[in-house]
Design a protein around this ligand. Structure first.
Ligand code: BGC
Length: 736
């Protein structure tokens, strides 16, 4: 139970092959090989192509270092054969794929995995993904995505861990550990790729690919900690992002890729562009043509080019012209070859075509996927109808109740919907189910079947409505400016409501939607980010009450899209909200102009979010008591120790997520109103209580200050142990 995850411990858990005797041996092999390579062969290693059989001649000619998107073992072996047996130096290719939340067995989308606040299950998910994908010959995944996301309009919020740097880092490190295992050369390991470096989640207005304006301080305090933690944990590769920051596209950003990543962090891995992100610097207006883009990317420190074709076309010329030095090429090729040696590809280039059949959808993989989905769903409202223990006949309705493909979510090229267990299938084992879909798909506006749904609900003891988003509505390039339920889904909920029967709404979506109006029309709401292959069984367990919900929000839920971006760990304005603000309809007609006493909020949607970060209910209740500090004056070398008694005051076994937040009251720069620093998932029987103890080294209160130094500034702090980011009573402490 006492499983507080210690950030620092995790970050150092993985060792760097590069610093070990094995690493030295690999470096020698790389040197020997590089001594034999022509400049053209070196450039070939820096080129990644998408495909399979179509790339064979390029591979045989030594023009390709990596193949993306080939998932057929026979095809991968054929490409590998061309590399190993036909290219002059026999250098194997490395095969990559976007294995984002599972290969065959699909886990909840990463945002859903973050909702578990359980790094252990997330690590297990990444291990399952690595075992299944490596069996097909894939040894490099473009995951985890570490982009902090504060704006749910951005479709890619689905792919990350939400808005909090600490949670993001823990989840990222868990994934890196799961993918890479203890040893990259194990044939079941995949190299992780931390992406998108950097700031991609801050895209203006949530419009994908858009510009960002992030100060260096805010990059370092908010957007980079997860990258640093994963880099320290041995993440093998890193991907640059599409966006520009303050006018500099990441793929041409020397500060990010050299000064910070290499010189300051000392990271030794391999850097790849995002898909044509080098070429896209032309559209940005940063490069005049592909040759110029290539020059900028290589010189900024990018080792491998994904699909712009610029490297293979122009590097040789640029070297002759003296615009790129051979030293830059050697740096890149060294990083690429080191990875191939570390992965054991020279010894083991081929894959057993029968291997996948033995591991895909293995029972233990499905069990882990179910556990993750169980821990991920968040109970947002419950007036007592859940769990549906007494109901015998239930109406199941809604476009996400039996949508095997949609519940897998974004980036699931290889998950096979025929293996999905839908909520409808699972609930049929527990209840006498009346099935009336109501709508064909989430955007369906046709209301002609809603009367039938009302009638069907009247014949049931209760109704469960599955609404949300189809998989395609979130993910890359799927930004939205309206986050209400699409189509006639809100009307569907109302139609069920008209029956007068208890209404449970289950939202299955890729992002936080604006569900305030739907909350009013239901008795209970469970929010499941696309829950993956085993989502149906997990949701049925929660609905039936075999397990109590334990997911918590990894992103603030807003009332209306106009409130975006909204995040709990914001800075205070000079006029923070008091909670008693005047709202639109309270303003007298012909009121005189005034700004006195006014604070930072919207007249029409108020000052608070719908639900804060960290929020989530369960089928029991918990009380926090005896919160105490071991001491309240600490030095910079001390450890803050906080104890607290947690009691299950309800009548069911349940899991609480106790969260520890701090606030640095006065800084040389304004500090966030709260920051998550620790959490613990605690499962207690009714009436049972436990003493929790949190330990936080004072060194973890450091931040990038006014002088751009990473320091703990002495002064007054507050600390909370609370069930979410908006509650609890703080205690004070001082750092001297
Ligand atoms: C995405 C990356 C992805 C890459 C390769 C890009 O469009 O931004 O996240 O890894 O494609 O498929």
């Amino acid at each position: 139970m006492n499983n507080i995850i210690k950030f620092a411990a995790i970050s150092t858990a993985l060792s760097f092959a590069a610093c070990s005797p094995a690493g030295d041996q690999i470096d020698r092999k790389v040197d020997e090989l590089m001594a034999k390579m022509t400049i053209e062969e070196k450039i070939g290693q820096m080129n990644q192509l998408s495909g399979g059989y179509n790339t064979i001649e390029d591979v045989a000619a030594g023009r390709v270092g990596s193949i993306h998107n080939c998932v057929d073992a026979e095809e991968i072996n054929a490409v590998q054969k061309a590399a190993v047996e036909r290219s002059r130096l026999g250098i194997p290719v490395i095969v990559s794929r976007d294995v984002i939340h599972g290969f065959r067995t699909i886990f909840p989308i990463p945002l859903g995995q973050a909702s578990t606040f359980d790094p252990a299950i997330v690590e297990q998910g990444a291990r399952v993904a690595a075992v299944e994908a490596s069996a097909a010959g894939i040894r490099w995944t473009f995951s985890p995505m570490l982009d902090i996301a504060r704006d749910p309009r951005w479709g890619r919020v689905a792919e990350g861990s939400g808005e909090d740097p600490y949670l993001d880092a823990l989840m990222g490190v868990a994934m890196v550990k799961g993918y890479q295992g203890d040893d990259l050369s194990d044939p079941t390991s995949m190299a992780a790729c931390i992406k998108h470096f950097a700031g991609y989640g801050a895209a203006e207005g949530g419009r994908d690919y858009n510009s960002t304006m992030i100060s260096e301080r805010s990059l370092r305090n908010t957007y980079l900690p997860a990258f640093k933690a994963c880099a320290d944990a041995g993440a093998a590769t890193l991907m640059t992002s599409f966006n520009e920051i303050d006018g500099i596209p990441s793929t041409g950003n020397t500060f990010l890729l050299k000064d910070l990543l290499r010189d300051e962090w000392g990271w030794k891995g391999m850097v790849v562009t995002d898909w044509n992100s080098s070429g896209e610097m032309i559209a940005h207006g940063f490069a005049k043509d592909l040759k110029h883009a290539t020059e900028l990317s290589v010189n900024a420190g990018v080792d491998m080019d994904m699909m712009s074709h610029g490297y293979v076309s122009y590097i040789a010329e640029l070297v002759k012209e003296g615009k790129i030095s051979e030293k830059e090429i050697d740096r890149a090729v060294r990083n690429i070859l080191r990875l191939k040696f570390e992965l054991g590809l020279f010894e083991n280039p081929y894959v057993d075509p029968q291997a996948s059949a033995k591991v895909d959808y293995a029972p233990e993989h499905l069990a882990a996927a179910k556990q993750c989905a169980l821990e991920s769903a968040i109970l947002l409202k419950n007036n007592g109808v859940l769990p549906l223990e007494k109901a015998r006949t239930i109406l199941v309705t809604g476009p996400l109740a039996d949508a095997p493909y949609e519940q897998l979510g974004t980036w699931t090229f290889d998950g096979q919907p025929e293996h999905t267990v839908t909520p409808l299938q699972a609930l049929r084992k527990d209840y006498n189910v009346i099935w009336e879909p109501g709508l064909g798909y989430s955007r369906d506006k046709n209301t002609s079947n809603l009367a039938k749904v009302t009638a069907a609900a009247s014949r049931a003891d209760a109704a469960v409505v599955f609404v949300g988003e189809e998989a395609i509505l979130s993910g890359e390039a799927h930004s939205l400016s309206d986050l209400n339920l699409q189509g006639a889904q809100s009307e569907l909920i109302k139609a069920v409501r008209r029956s007068g029967k208890p209404v449970v709404v289950v939202v299955i979506a890729g992002r936080p939607l604006t569900i305030e109006r739907d909350l009013e029309n239901c008795d209970a709401m469970l929010y499941a980010f696309h829950p993956g292959t085993m989502g149906g069984e997990a949701l049925a367990d929660l609905i039936k009450g075999r397990v109590s919900p334990s997911g918590r929000l990894p992103m603030t839920f807003i009332r209306t899209v106009g409130q975006a971006p909204f995040y709990y760990n914001h800075n205070n304005s000079g006029r923070p909200c008091s909670g008693n603000e005047t709202l639109l309809n309270d303003i007298p007609i012909t009121a005189g102009q005034t700004s006195l006493g006014c604070t930072s909020y919207y007249l029409d949607s108020g000052y608070g979010p719908l639900f804060p970060f960290g929020y989530g209910l369960t089928y029991s209740t918990f009380s926090y008591s005896d919160i105490a500090l071991e001491k309240n004056v600490l030095s910079k070398n001390d450890v803050l120790r906080v104890k607290c008694r947690l009691t299950n005051t309800g009548s069911r076994k349940a899991t609480e997520l106790a969260q520890l937040y701090v606030r640095d009251l006065v800084g040389s720069v304004v500090r966030p109103v709260r920051e998550l620093k620790r959490f613990e998932r605690v499962t207690l029987e009714p009436g049972q209580s436990a003493e929790l103890s949190f330990e936080l080294p004072v060194s973890e209160l450091a931040f990038w200050n006014a002088d751009m130094e990473y320091v703990v500034e002495p002064g007054d702090f507050m600390v909370w142990v609370a069930p979410d980011s908006d509650s609890g009573t703080p205690l004070d402490f001082k750092v001297e």
